[in-house]
Design a protein around this ligand. Structure first.
Ligand code: NOJ
Length: 753
């Protein structure tokens, strides 16, 4: 076999950076480094170790014990402190009563909004709207900062291909590029241009790394990730977050090929800090240092502390193995002074960048002015609207005309808390506008017959069905709002079966039995429930958990005041037995196609082995998912035509321009997310059948056409080898301009030496 020559691009950009002249940021960085050095010289070993410790006051001890520890310089950071006065008081203790007067950094899980709650991150990703995602993070930062919070544990950018995993709700789904978009947008949104601006907070890219690959989708579970997948699938969003200037990174709970992420020296020190050039600090996840004992990787707390520090973890969240053991470990020569100093340097650097030394206190009246303002709610409504994906719309059931007699049915139609989703510590259901409220306001109370049918999503009692039936009988259309309560997705919320809980399927069947059009609106933290139910519905709007403004956003879409534009950030499987199923799969040696797969019912009794469709598929589900990645309908239609490439060949230094015409061939103005995919046909390592390389949102009036243009550099179509070097192999590529990962116009080009 002839191997093709490989071009390696290693560290060129880093070298270029070195050659730049000093900017004002660099000058201020030099200034900060000087101040950090001066502090380090003055600090005792105990004070240094104190900076490396983060505690939750609710878990730590009494308020007096907490203050005493802060005063002694034993704590560098707090998480979950509530209220600006509280934060100010604890800051005052650190600044005025501790010997070094170093301010605390206050962390909190601000994941998809602080008080104004935006769609869950999976929903945000479905908007494919980077500007709106950035804006939502900036709003979350402004609101959180007004409460004294300096640091959020977001963005969560774990590529996840398993809807059983509850934390898929917090990620941007299955694709490295889409997760990278969210990584960049959120880091920029939270941190702004200047971290010392009081309205910005430090971001934390998490969970480094591979947490989304938990075996069986069971949270905290082990992961097996070949290095080539690590670099090409799980690393890109972290690379992007670091490039965008993420101030901190959090290690993950899982082990990777037998080594806990929190004890992974190569991944943390060599790759993250040395190769990616991350100069902020690394924080463990909650007790993930101590949990290395349960993993069977550390013998005890002391051993765990040694392993974590060796693996470049700078700050310990919640457990106390650093405070209890680092001094002794240093005496015994098991850890290096240099690593402790490096950890403290990084932590102080971030505190200086945040401006905490100059401006540690928060104006206690600020929150009043910035929480849930009209402007924030407007953005929340827009993002919720754009995150909803229209999956089905038979006979143009949607949009409904204003004034239609609607039966609004379902356990999530009027649940202000449940529409908010996972991780909403500071969200307030009293701010929520529900679907019922919005329908009443828009369509008139007389035209809305409401019956929840089930009191909550897991409700197994059919008591409410009679009311639901009554509401349906007096209406022309049924709108069902079904799915999962907030608490059923997120951390530790793994499900083995992908179906709506409780008696929702029965409620949906009942609604369909009346012969009236059925619109199903799904609020959920994961792809779920559709295989069993979508045939009963004429239209399906997949809304994720949309947040505070769920009601108006859904009412706008249902009644056509807004046109759906969301596209799936994750493949919808036919059922859990098909998982993992994702668009960027490998071809295999026996790819399945429409012509060569066999359904279980087509196999003759007593058929001989090897007689039928021996290809890569399941006998029951076939080889296609329920809905492909990138899929989403609109109230209008878009036609793709005239795909052209600027050249049939490109070298490893070239760029290629790809154009296609997109026409709005329907009757209303709509927005299409046009996607660019490529495939490297032959490589040293088999490559995915398609990889998303770029996308563009275009808004078109009825009849309007636009030529969409993509430019890709050769450096975007290569891939990382297992050792982390980037390669672009000469040879043939396919390229698609497409409405989703399963369709599109196709062309080809060749990379030449
Ligand atoms: C554990 C979670 O895994 C992490 O995402 C979160 O930020 C911390 N707890 C702090 O609450």
């Amino acid at each position: 076999m002839m191997f093709k020559k490989t071009f390696l691009i290693v560290g060129v950009l880093m070298m270029l950076f070195g050659a730049c002249s000093p900017t004002s940021t660099q000058k201020s960085d030099n200034d900060i480094e000087g101040k950090v050095d001066a502090l380090l010289k003055e600090m005792t070993l105990e004070e240094k170790i104190g900076q490396m410790s983060q505690v939750d006051p609710g878990v730590f001890g009494t308020p007096e014990e907490l203050k005493a520890a802060i005063k002694n310089g034993e704590i560098g950071s707090l998480l979950n402190v509530f209220g600006a006065e509280n934060v100010n008081e604890l800051q005052r203790t650190a600044i005025e009563e501790s010997r070094m007067g170093i301010p605390l950094i206050i962390g909190r899980d601000v994941i998809h909004g602080y008080r104004t709650i935006f769609p869950i991150p999976l929903g945000m990703a479905a908007s494919w709207n980077e500007d709106l995602v950035r804006e939502s993070a900036a709003i979350a930062a402004r609101e959180a900062a007004s409460m004294g919070i300096n640091w959020t544990f977001a963005p969560m950018i774990d590529v996840s291909r398993d809807p059983r995993w509850g934390r898929i709700a917090e990620s941007a789904g299955e694709d490295p590029l889409l997760n990278s978009m969210v990584a960049r947008a959120m880091v920029q949104g939270y941190q702004g241009d200047d971290l010392s601006d009081p309205a910005t907070i430090a971001a934390c890219a998490k969970h480094y790394i591979g947490y989304g690959a938990a075996e069986g989708g069971r949270d905290y579970n082990t992961t097996i990730i070949p290095d080539i997948y690590l670099h090409n699938i799980y690393m890109p969003p972290f690379r992007e977050a670091v490039n965008a200037g993420a101030a901190t990174v959090m290690t993950a709970f899982n082990d990777i090929n037998g080594i806990p992420a929190t004890g992974h020296e190569r991944n943390n020190r060599q790759i993250l800090k040395n190769e990616l050039g991350f100069d902020g600090f690394v924080v463990s996840d909650w007790a993930s240092i101590e949990e290395m004992i349960a993993h069977g990787y550390a013998a005890d707390g002391k051993h765990a502390a040694e392993l974590a520090l060796n693996a470049a973890v700078d700050m310990e969240m919640s457990s106390r193995t650093y405070v209890n053991n680092l001094e002794q470990l240093l005496e015994e020569g098991k850890v290096k002074q240099e690593w402790i100093d490096d950890a403290v340097r990084r932590i102080l650097r971030v505190k200086f960048r945040l401006g905490l030394f100059d401006n540690p206190y928060v104006d206690v009246e600020l929150a009043e002015k910035v929480l849930v303002t009209d402007e924030h709610l407007e953005v929340a409504e827009k993002l919720a609207e754009e995150s909803v994906v229209l999956l089905k719309n038979d006979n143009n059931t949607l949009p409904l005309k204003k004034g239609t007699k609607v039966a609004l049915v379902g356990p999530l139609a009027d649940q202000p808390y449940e529409q908010l989703g996972t991780w909403i510590f500071d969200g307030d259901e009293n701010d929520s506008e529900t679907v019922l409220e919005a329908f009443n306001a828009y369509n008139g109370e007389n035209n809305v017959a409401f019956a929840e049918g089930l009191a909550y999503s897991r409700d197994k009692s059919e008591k409410g069905f009679r009311d639901a039936e009554r509401a349906i009988n007096q209406s022309d259309v049924v709108v069902l709002v079904v799915g999962e309560e907030s608490i059923l997705s997120g951390e530790a919320k793994t499900l083995a079966e992908l179906k709506f809980p409780g008696k929702q399927n029965e409620l949906i069947e009942l609604a369909a039995s009346k012969g009236k059009p059925v619109v199903m609106v799904v609020m959920a933290g994961r792809p779920t429930g559709l295989r069993q139910t979508q045939d009963f519905a004429d239209a399906v709007l997949y809304a994720w958990h949309p947040g505070t403004m769920a009601g108006p956003a859904i009412a706008n879409l249902v009644f056509g005041e807004a046109v759906p534009s969301g596209k799936l950030p994750v493949t919808f499987p036919k059922g859990e037995g098909q998982v993992p199923v994702y668009y960027a799969h490998k071809m295999s040696g026996r790819p399945a196609s429409e012509e060569n797969w066999t359904h279980i019912d087509e196999i003759p009794v007593h058929a001989v082995q090897h007689s039928l469709g021996n290809t890569n598929h399941s006998l029951d589900y076939g080889f296609t998912p329920l809905y492909p990645f990138g899929f989403g309908l609109s109230y209008t239609t878009f036609e793709y035509s005239d795909m052209n490439l600027s050249s049939e060949t490109m070298t490893q230094n070239d760029e290629l321009t790809i154009t296609a015409t997109i026409k709005n061939s329907g009757k209303v103005t709509g927005t299409e997310v046009v996607q660019l995919y490529t495939r490297d046909l032959v490589a040293f390592y088999t490559r995915p059948v398609r990889e998303l390389k770029d996308y563009k949102r275009v808004t078109l009036q009825p009849g309007e056409s636009v030529q969409v243009e993509f430019t890709i550099g050769a450096d975007e179509i290569g891939f990382y080898l297992p050792d982390g070097t980037y390669t672009i192999e000469p040879g043939d590529f396919h390229v698609w301009v497409a409405p989703n990962a399963a369709e599109g116009l196709q062309n080809e080009f060749e990379v030449v030496e």
